[in-house]
Design a protein around this ligand. Sequence first.
Ligand code: GTP
Ligand code: MG
Length: 255
Amino acid sequence: MIDTRSAEMAFLSDNPSCNFFCNLYQSTHFQAMKYFMEITDLSFSNDPQINTVLQDFMKQQQIYRAAIKEIKTKLEILDEEFQARYDHNPIHHMEYRLKSPKSIIEKMQKKGYEISAESICKNLTDIAGVRVICNYLSDINRIANLLLRQDDITLVRKNDYVAHPKENGYRSLHLIVLVPIFLAERTESVAVEIQIRTIAMNFWASLEHQLKYKAHTNISDDLGDRLKVCADTITNLDEEMQSIYTEIKNGAHPE
Ligand code: GTP
Ligand code: MG
């Protein structure tokens, strides 16, 4: 039995060790099976109207997968160019996810949007998600700026939680962008949510997310404070690693 809940939570990694799962996830058969299981999950929805909407919407899924591929390729090209020119890879690895039908409907209901395939496409900008894990702090803006200056990328929203962390300590740069997808008979502008963060920020965010999920309810103020201390420690760590990297790069410490 596939745990659809953890599949829905997980961003899939392009780490070689995860390739099998990625390929499996991306395969049409697995997608169809996963969606079928969710649609027929009685604890999810007994509403035939919602199921019809989801079936309609599923026909659009391929466009969101294409948008993920476009962004992934653009970022890989930038990373490879950096490696060739400066002997440095700004990107440590990337992760991707398509929002599950269950999460889509929950979010639509929570926000009070009309439930139709058209309304889902219009109102949700995080159906396609790409997470970019960078090595150093300076890589975050470098990657964001290089992507945003490409002619076919349109920035819809930028939330800079690196410059302005959330109250709980969460840090990442969030971009919502539109990327054109050229289909046989039309071109679609598709929204992709891109989260850019360092390895250290990713470590904190992943564990914080798991802990909140495990707690089933809001975590206590005390535990929240302790997680915030961890976030601050990680901020210092990122800054110190950046400083060491910059000094070495500038030749301050030749061997
Ligand atoms: P959503 O309605 O949840 O999409 O919120 P939003 O549109 O205001 O977007 P926001 O930029 O706040 O967050 C979107 C995504 O960022 C979430 O789905 C998470 O993946 C991640 N995120 C935001 N805040 C936190 C946080 O406090 N902890 C963790 N672990 N992840 C977060
Ligand atoms: Mg979201």
